[in-house]
Design a protein around this ligand. Sequence first.
Ligand SMILES: [Mn+2]
Length: 452
Amino acid sequence: MTQRQKSTPDMEELFAGHVAVMLDRYDRALEHHKFDAAVVYSGSPHMQFLDDMAYPFKANPHFKCWAPLTQVPDSFIIYRPGEKPVLAYFQPDDYWHKPPDDPAGFWTAQFDIRILTEKDNARTLMPVGHKAFLGEWQERFSKWGKFSANPQGFIHELHYQRAWKTPYELACMAEASALGALGHRAAYLAFCEDTSEYDIHLAYCAACEHTDDQLPYDNIVALNQHAAILHYTYRDTAVIPAPQRKSFLIDAGASYNGYASDITRTYSFKDDAFAELIDQMDELQQIICDQVIPGASYPELHLDTHRAIGGLLHAAGVITMHGDEAAEAGLTSTFFPHGLGHYIGLQVHDVGGFMNDAGGERISPPQGHEFLRLTRTVESDQVMTIEPGIYFIESLLNKLKDSPLKSAVNWTQVEKFIPYGGIRIEDNVVATDNGPINLTRDAFDKLGQSHS
Ligand SMILES: [Mn+2]
């Protein structure tokens, strides 16, 4: 890709800065927890039960945090404070599978790279002393020296710090957003034709040049009422012709150097009441995105969103209570039954969202909002999703019908919206001291078209 080649000189500098931050974080964590060195294992392929085939390989996020290597199993980062980190790079002579390419690119200068052709040769590279091991432990490693496998305190500290992204990480996430925007545009164009969920999914993957395994999470491609299933990952091959096509919800991201984007858009096929509700939700979502500023309480943003969604439902004639009252009574939770969002980075639902400090003290979500995955105060250089939703989920609506809040709902209006499933709009937002940077909207803008 020409775009990637163009950015290479910058990436070299950005990556050097990123590794400097990693060294600093590891130096401090090793000292705090009294280890002499760290060994970070990329992982190994997992075999399917009674089969000779492996599941798709997913690298240890701690390994990806060191180097942009997502498909190099049985490799290690070995770091001893004061020394250049060693990358033990497993490149077997294998005629059954494609071995990893020779190490090349903007990242290689930061490591002392040793090629391994046999898995157990990594043993000779292990430093002396007590080592913190991060990754999926295997019994064979116990012969390689003194390790603590995945020490909790050490991991807590690294997870806490992962919330702050380096400029390199932000650049990778902007690229992941750009790829995601390409996919979303193709998916929207596919939706405008007679098409199936399956075909829309293929159009998405083709546009961002991802296989299913490269996607940061399973695409959610939902037509009509399927949009009411929060994690709908089934892809129906049935073509839905225009007269039956009502709505389209797509929650799909992309990966770049191991970093994810996580983007959701909802469309109405016609210019109808549901389209109006989408527009209002889009407006509300952008108001919340604008509040991703240092010092903001994420749980408060979540609760504000509930009140605002209550207001939208009231204005749309779905409920008879006003917004604040509806949120207070728990009525909005039937229509918005998930959290406002989560950290994002190396993992789509990135770690550390509940951590009050590097020691791992937990900040619980507000009562009645147990699904909220991020309870920390927003700080500069943190990246989070903002993804409010309104759904018409029959099982939850049936529960509401059995509750005292039944009378606060205009059921005729609810029936009208049920065939559309629901709405979710999700962007990835960076908090900075100069205001929020919306990676998702920026990516769509760069495509020359602003999607809602
Ligand atoms: Mn998300």
